[in-house]
Ligand binder design. Structure first.
Ligand code: ZN
Length: 124
C-alpha cells in the first residue's frame, strides 16, 4: 500500500468518528506527501538530465579544437568547444564558404572560428 493510499484510508477512518484534530493531521500528512512526490519528480528529472549529460560527455571527442559526437562509429558535428566548455551546450558549427578561408567553421552563438584557422596568404 502506497503512502498516499495509507493516508487516504486513515483520512476515511478519521471521518467516521475520530477527532477533528486527527483529521487535520491526516490532511497535513497528505499535503506533505504531495510535496514529497513533487520533490521526487524534480529529483528524477534532474537525474535523467545528468545521465544524458554524462552520455554526451562520454561520446564527445576533442579534435582540431572542436568537439565531435561519436555515435556507432560515426562522427556528428563539429560542435563549438568554447560554448560546450563554458555552459555545456552543444552548438553546431557552420561551415564557411569563403574561398579566402581554408576549412573553417564559425560558431553562430559565440562567433568563434574553428578548424584549420589560418587564412591563405594573399600571394598564393
Ligand atoms: Zn560557440
Amino acid at each position: 500500500m502506497s503512502f498516499f493510499e495509507t493516508a487516504r484510508d486513515a483520512y476515511e477512518l478519521a471521518k467516521k468518528g475520530m477527532t477533528i484534530e486527527f483529521q487535520v493531521k491526516v490532511m497535513e500528512l497528505r499535503e506533505q506527501g504531495l510535496e514529497l512526490q513533487e520533490e521526487n519528480l524534480q529529483l528524477r528529472t534532474r537525474i535523467r538530465k545528468l545521465e544524458e549529460m554524462m552520455q554526451v560527455k562520454e561520446a564527445l571527442v576533442f579534435r582540431d579544437s572542436m568537439y565531435f559526437l561519436v555515435k556507432e562509429g560515426k562522427d556528428e558535428g563539429p560542435f563549438c568547444s568554447k560554448c560546450y566548455d563554458d555552459n555545456g551546450k552543444l552548438v553546431r558549427l557552420h561551415a564557411l564558404h569563403d574561398h579566402d578561408i581554408e576549412s573553417t567553421y564559425r560558431c553562430p552563438v559565440c562567433d568563434g572560428y574553428f578548424g584549420r584557422s589560418s587564412r591563405r596568404s594573399l600571394d598564393m
